[in-house]
Design a protein around this ligand. Structure first.
Ligand SMILES: *[C@@H]1O[C@H](CO)[C@@H](O)[C@H](O)[C@H]1NC(C)=O
Ligand SMILES: *[C@@H]1O[C@H](CO)[C@@H](O)[C@H](O)[C@H]1NC(C)=O
Ligand SMILES: *[C@@H]1O[C@H](CO)[C@@H](O)[C@H](O)[C@H]1NC(C)=O
Ligand SMILES: *[C@@H]1O[C@H](CO)[C@@H](O)[C@H](O)[C@H]1NC(C)=O
Length: 433
C-alpha cells in the first residue's frame, strides 16, 4: 500500500517535470544552430502574425502602397551610396508615400543645432555623432580670432548645454527659409549597441533606472561591485517594452526618423554616422561666412585622434564622478572604460588592460589630458588601421547580437522599420564578420 502511494507520487512528479521541461523549451527552435539564415528569415516572417497578438499595432501607419514602394525601391538602389543631397531627395520622395502622422514611440520633440551665421540647422540625435556636430556649430559660431581647436576636445557634458541649440517650437519661418537643414542617420542596431555600452554598461542614471525597473542590483565580482547586473538582451527587451507600452523613451533609443521628424522637416542634407567625417568636409565647403584659417583648424580637429579621445575621456570622467556610488572601485571602472574603447574600435582588442597606467589617476577632471596621453601611448603598441578598426567594431557588434533571440530582433525591426526603410539600413543586425 505504502509503496504504491509512493509510486503514484513519483509518477505525478515525473509528469509535472516533463510538462515544465516542455514549457521552458517551447520556443527554443528559434535559436537552433542548424537553421540557415534563409530559414530564420522565413521564421520571422511567419512569426509576424503571431507577434502582432503580443504588441499593439504600430500607431505610425504606412499605407500599403508606400510600404511596397519602399521595398521595391530598396531592392534596386539602396540610398546608402548616395551623397547627402541625393539621400535627402530620396527620403523626401519616400515620405510622400508614408502616412506621417503618428509616432512609433513616445519621445521628446526635435531639437536642432542652429547657426544663423552659417545658415545651418542640424537635428540633434544622440549616438549619431551629435557631440561632433555640436562642437562644429560652436566652433563656427565662436567670435573673433580664437583658436577653436579646443572646442573639439570638450566632453559632451560641456557641448550639450543648450548653447547653439533651438527647440522645434521656436523655429520661425525666417529660420526655415534662411537655413539648410541637416541630419545624421545611423544603423539602428549599431546605435542601440552603442547606447547600451555608453549608458548601461558604463555608469549613469539611465543604467540605474533599468536596474531598478528589472529589480536587479549591481554587478558583483572580485570582492567589489561595479555597474549594473543585466545583459544586452535585457536592455533590448526593455526598449521593446517602452515602445509597446508607449512609455517615454530616452532620446538615445528613439528612432532617428522620429527624433528628427524626418518627413515634416524637409532636410536638404542627410549624412550618416558611418560617413560623418567625410561628409562634414562637404558641409564645411558650403559655409562661406567662416574664415579659411578657422575652417582649416576645424578640419584638422575633426580628424585628430587626440581631440576625439580627449573629448571622450572628459565625458567619461564627468560621468564617473556623477555616479561613483555605482562603482566605488576606480580600477573596476577603468577596466570597463578599456573594454568600451575596444568596442568603439579605438583600442586593439588584444591589448590587455594596463592596470599600472590607470592606477595613477584619481579621475579628476584636470587629469583628462594625461589620461588621454596614457591611452594613446598604449594604442601605439598595437595600432589599428582604419579597416581594422571597422572590422573590430563589427566583430563586437556581431558578438553582441549573436545571443539575442529572434522574437526580440523581429520586434526591434518593427520599431525601427522607418530608419531601416528610409535610410537604407539592413533589416537584420550583422551576423557575419
Ligand atoms: C551663437 O549664435 C547665436 C545665434 O546664431 C547667438 O545668439 C550667440 O550669441 C552665438 N554665440 C556665440 C558664442 O557667438
Ligand atoms: C590651435 O591650437 C592647437 C593646439 O592647441 C595648435 O596645435 C594649432 O597649431 C593652433 N592653430 C592655429 C591656427 O593657431
Ligand atoms: C574581476 O577581475 C578580472 C581580472 O582582473 C576581470 O576580468 C573581471 O571582469 C572582473 N570582474 C568584475 C565583476 O569586475
Ligand atoms: C600630467 O603629467 C605631467 C607630466 O607627466 C605632470 O607633470 C602633471 O602634474 C600631470 N597633470 C595632472 C593633472 O596630473
Amino acid at each position: 500500500m505504502k509503496t504504491r502511494k509512493c509510486f503514484i507520487r513519483q509518477l505525478v512528479l515525473l509528469i509535472l517535470s516533463l510538462l515544465l521541461w516542455l514549457y521552458i523549451y517551447r520556443g527554443d527552435n528559434y535559436q537552433e544552430e542548424a537553421i540557415t539564415l534563409q530559414d530564420k528569415h522565413e521564421l520571422i516572417q511567419n512569426q509576424h502574425s503571431d507577434l502582432n497578438k503580443f504588441y499593439r499595432r504600430p500607431t505610425l501607419t504606412m499605407d500599403l502602397i508606400g510600404e511596397r514602394l519602399l521595398q521595391t525601391s530598396l531592392g534596386h538602389h539602396s540610398p546608402v551610396n548616395l551623397n547627402m543631397t541625393e539621400k535627402a531627395r530620396y527620403v523626401n520622395r519616400m515620405c510622400r508615400h508614408i502616412n506621417w502622422q503618428k509616432r512609433t514611440v513616445k519621445s521628446r520633440h526635435p531639437v536642432f543645432f542652429f547657426s544663423e551665421q552659417a545658415g545651418l540647422l542640424a537635428c540633434k540625435a544622440p549616438k549619431t555623432g551629435s557631440t561632433l556636430i555640436g562642437a562644429l556649430f560652436r566652433a563656427i559660431n565662436m567670435s573673433g580670432e580664437k583658436n577653436v581647436s579646443k572646442v573639439f576636445q570638450l566632453g559632451r557634458n560641456k557641448i550639450h548645454k543648450g548653447l547653439d541649440e533651438i527647440r522645434d517650437q521656436l523655429i520661425t519661418e525666417d529660420i526655415i527659409e534662411s537655413t539648410s537643414h541637416v541630419m545624421v542617420t545611423r544603423d539602428p542596431y549599431s546605435r542601440l549597441y552603442s547606447a547600451f555600452i555608453d549608458k548601461y554598461f558604463l555608469l549613469g542614471r539611465l543604467g540605474r533606472d533599468l536596474a531598478i525597473h528589472l529589480k536587479r542590483g549591481f554587478k558583483e565580482g572580485n570582492g567589489t561591485y561595479c555597474g549594473y547586473d543585466y545583459t544586452f538582451q535585457d536592455f533590448l527587451d526593455y526598449v521593446i517594452h517602452l515602445a509597446t507600452n508607449m512609455v517615454e523613451m530616452n532620446e538615445h533609443m528613439v528612432p532617428v526618423s522620429q527624433l528628427c521628424d524626418v518627413c515634416n522637416v524637409r532636410y536638404d542634407l542627410i549624412s550618416s554616422q558611418e560617413k560623418l567625417t567625410k561628409d562634414t568636409d562637404q558641409i564645411l565647403k558650403l559655409i562661406k561666412t567662416v574664415s579659411i584659417d578657422r575652417l582649416e583648424v576645424i578640419r584638422k580637429s575633426i580628424k585628430s585622434q587626440q581631440s576625439t579621445l580627449l573629448s571622450l575621456v572628459s565625458s567619461y570622467i564627468f560621468d564617473y564622478n556623477n555616479n561613483k556610488n555605482d562603482c566605488p572601485d576606480k580600477m573596476a571602472f577603468s577596466a570597463k572604460l578599456w573594454k568600451t574603447f575596444q568596442v568603439q574600435g579605438i583600442v586593439h582588442s588584444e591589448l590587455v588592460f594596463p592596470e599600472n597606467e590607470f592606477s595613477q589617476f584619481s579621475f579628476h577632471e584636470r587629469e583628462a589630458a594625461n589620461m588621454t596621453s596614457a591611452i594613446l601611448t598604449q594604442i601605439k603598441y598595437k595600432p589599428l588601421s582604419s579597416p581594422e578598426r571597422d572590422l573590430q567594431r563589427r566583430r563586437y557588434l556581431v558578438k553582441a547580437y549573436s545571443g539575442i533571440t529572434w522574437p526580440t530582433i523581429a520586434k526591434l525591426q518593427n520599431i525601427y522599420r522607418l530608419d531601416i526603410a528610409l535610410f537604407g539600413y539592413p533589416s537584420y543586425p550583422p551576423t557575419i564578420i
